[in-house]
Design a protein around this ligand. Structure first.
Ligand SMILES: NC(=O)c1ccc[n+]([C@@H]2O[C@H](COP(=O)([O-])OP(=O)(O)OC[C@H]3O[C@@H](n4cnc5c(N)ncnc54)[C@H](OP(=O)(O)O)[C@@H]3O)[C@@H](O)[C@H]2O)c1
Length: 243
């Protein structure tokens, strides 16, 4: 059955791959991110292949904007079946570098962004009597590494929020996706040179974002009474480290 799927952080990486994969499998996708020129191209590519895609500028850290994004989707498609709260940032750094503005940004996007996404769809999904909230955590929601403390804290928070929500819901499905290292633009904004080099090294062995897109498709495709609670997906070459 074709579903209306809202995807935050759809302008690159995992969100972009998921938009393409879901649309190729007959779902109607609504893409959100700040870089609208990217969204426009991705949506055009989907439509050229016969898929259905809409897009809208979105800053997940802004609660009103997330509400407007959901209202936009409702206006276009009259319902919302799934939200994939996927937008995230990873400007990691040593704590003593005191990159306090970057700490704020991680919390605002990775934690408050997910909360804003949940708040924007929950009343609607409850009134529909169905819905599916999928949140992107990380293997960094299961283990902590030096210089990743604030990022991992944000992802542990997403994991806790998702599990708390799941326990409250009996008609709305709730899924946590925890990718390991995946090819994307994540970490492009790391401002400490040594950290950027180390992260580049860590990210040299990475999964294709299509692998995460297929996991999202799997969770969405299950019968309505089946809730895939959590998936952790790593490259087989991840031996020797937690991520
Ligand atoms: N790649 C990995 O190794 C990995 C591993 C574990 C978890 N993850 C998680 O996977 C998710 C997707 O990341 P990715 O790897 O695909 O990285 P990415 O290519 O950098 O994509 C991040 C997406 O988030 C969007 N975004 C950032 N700030 C935003 C904001 N304020 N409002 C709306 N959208 C915003 C970006 O779009 P704009 O800049 O256009 O707004 C972009 O589309 C993140 O939650 C990340 O933490 C990634």
């Amino acid at each position: 059955m074709s579903k209306v799927v809202l995807i935050t952080g759809a302008s690159s990486g995992i969100g972009e791959a998921t938009a393409r994969t879901l649309a190729a499998n007959g779902h109607q996708v609504v893409l959100g991110a700040r870089r609208t020129e990217r969204l426009e191209k991705i949506a055009a590519g989907i439509r050229e292949r016969g898929g259905v895609a809409e897009y809208r500028m979105l800053d997940v850290a802004d609660r009103d904007d997330v509400n407007a994004f959901v209202a936009f989707a409702r206006e276009k498609f009259k319902r919302v079946d799934v939200i994939f709260n996927n937008a995230g940032v990873m400007p990691v750094s040593p704590m003593n570098a005191l990159k306090v503005d970057e700490w704020d940004r991680i919390i605002d996007v990775n934690v408050k962004g997910v909360l804003n996404g949940i708040a924007a769809v929950l009343p609607l999904m409850e009134s529909q009597g169905s819905g599916h909230i999928i949140n992107t955590a990380s293997t960094g929601a299961h283990a902590v590494g030096g210089q990743f403390g604030v990022y991992c804290a944000s992802k542990y928070a997403v994991r806790a929020i998702t599990e708390g929500l799941r326990q409250e819901m009996d008609t709305i499905r709730v899924t946590l996706i925890s990718p390991g290292v995946t090819e994307s633009e994540l970490g492009h904004d790391i401002s400490v040179e040594g950290t950027a080099t180390a992260v580049k090294q860590l990210r040299s062995i990475a999964l294709s974002p299509d692998a995460i897109a297929r996991a999202v498709l799997y969770a969405i495709s299950q019968p309505a009474d089946v809730d895939v609670n959590e998936m952790i997906i790593r490259t087989v070459r991840s031996a020797g480290h937690a991520f």
